[in-house]
Design a protein around this ligand. Structure first.
Ligand code: PMP
Length: 420
């Protein structure tokens, strides 16, 4: 399959080889590399992308969930053109920043005040640092296989470049274990950071009971609770904390909230975030040249207020639920050991026996099967992630759902079917 892939993509290969002279691996983002080399894109429209060799794919990577609005939303494009014509580096508060803040505060119930930055990683670094400064405590409890950004990576062994925060780790969805650690840490623990669904860790939803237990235990010990909703805020109109009715002290955001431009935000309880008010004595300083850049502010505001309506949010998440179900029906019918898990518009295919309610069963996966799936789906015209994560964008409709399901079924029967 890799040979067929290489033969079909000579221009992407040429780009890769040329780029590798100045960029190690040919690209700046670890996640975009896979063997033998990644396809490169020249353009996108709706939920489709076109590569250097002229193939068009239905896009189910959706920029690792940031591409929620698709590639050519008209309202967002118009807002971007409008601000570009008015000058993009104004160096002062601008006409979109406070409107985006108000839209974020209005939508997400745990966010009473918000501050903007440039990435989800930065949002988490700020929330963790604020929690340590506020509590005057040092330790941070995180979960194995969680992902909180390029410098806060714990999944699959993590990275030697992890920031030097004193992290301690618990197991995801293990209520007793996590609550015991929070209590044992007591007044040494500044914060617990958790994704309400493990995204990069395989789209494993937290149970509501798990999130409630973290809320109760942190309240008891005075640690702050941070929900990393950089990926999950798309799964409900009010983000997952709103869907579950569990309110953390801080919420971090990123990805699609910037309307497709670079973005991060951290927000939460007014009394905590107000510590950043420069007019108050002893205020925390928070700088960043591009924190309020008008491209992200305008695209984000337009997306949240004009595109991602309650109805659009409900529809795309219902479509994701249908896609997950259809893929699980295919796996069952073809007798292939595998399961698609997740919630709404975000899901992950795993070639292991279900159920998968914690990361542990994923250790049993044979990595060569998902790698075969990846290449075979690319060859069938579907752009998917090498690890099996799928993210829908708003333009992904019922026709694309039917086409993808048929291609997946064809892959299972042609490449993996267990013969009776
Ligand atoms: N937290 C989570 C849960 C994420 O999924 C990501 C990005 N994949 C980040 C943080 C980091 O965001 P960014 O890539 O914008 O720094």
């Amino acid at each position: 399959a890799r040979q067929r892939f290489a033969d079909a993509n000579p221009n992407s290969l040429a780009r890769q080889n040329e780029a590798a002279a100045s960029l190690p691996g040919g690209n700046t983002r670890a996640v975009l590399w896979y063997p033998p080399f990644p396809v490169s894109f020249v353009s996108g429209e709706g939920c489709r992308v076109t590569d250097f060799d002229g193939h068009t794919y239905v896009d189910l990577v959706s920029e690792y969930s940031a591409g929620f609005y698709g590639h050519s939303d008209k309202a967002i494009s118009a807002a971007l053109v409008d601000v570009i014509q008015g000058g993009i580096l104004l160096g002062a508060p601008n006409r979109y920043e406070a409107r985006l803040a108000a839209a974020v505060v209005d939508r997400f119930p745990a966010i009473e005040r918000v501050r903007f930055c440039n990435s989800g990683t930065e949002a988490n670094v700020m929330a963790i640092s604020a929690a340590r400064a506020i509590t005057q405590r040092s330790n941070i409890l995180a979960f194995r296989e969680g992902y909180h950004g390029g410098v806060l990576t714990f999944a699959h062994g993590g990275s030697p470049l992890n920031l030097p925060f004193p992290f301690i780790f618990a197991d995801y969805n293990d209520i007793a274990g996590a609550a015991a650690l929070v209590r044992e840490q007591g007044s040494d623990l500044a914060a617990v950071i958790v994704e309400p669904m493990l995204g990069g860790g395989g789209c494993i939803p937290a149970t509501r009971e798990f999130l409630e237990a973290l809320r109760a235990a942190t309240k008891e010990t005075g640690a702050l609770l941070i929900f990393d909703e950089v990926m999950t805020s798309r799964l409900d109109y009010r983000a997952l904390h709103g869907a579950h009715g569990v309110f953390p002290d801080f919420v971090t955001l990123g990805k699609y909230i910037g309307g497709g431009a670079s973005f991060g935000a951290f927000g939460g309880r007014a009394d905590l975030i107000d510590r950043f008010d420069p007019a108050s004595p002893g205020a925390f300083s928070h700088g960043g040249t591009f924190n309020n850049n008008i491209l992200s502010m305008a695209a984000g505001y337009t997306g949240l207020t004009q595109v991602l309506t309650q109805e659009a949010s409900r529809a795309i998440n219902a479509r994701g639920d249908r896609l997950r179900e259809a893929m699980n029906v295919s796996l069952e019918r073809q007798g292939v050991e595998g399961i698609v898990i997740g919630r709404g518009s975000l899901m992950n295919l795993h070639f292991v026996k279900g159920p998968v309610e914690t990361p542990a069963p994923l250790d049993n996966a044979d990595p060569s099967v998902i790698a075969l799936w990846h290449v075979e789906m690319l060859l069938r015209g579907y752009y998917v992630t090498p690890r099996g994560m799928l993210a829908l964008s708003l333009p992904f409709g019922d026709a694309e759902l039917a086409g993808f399901t048929a291609a997946f079924d064809d892959f299972l029967s042609s490449n993996l079917k267990v013969l009776p």
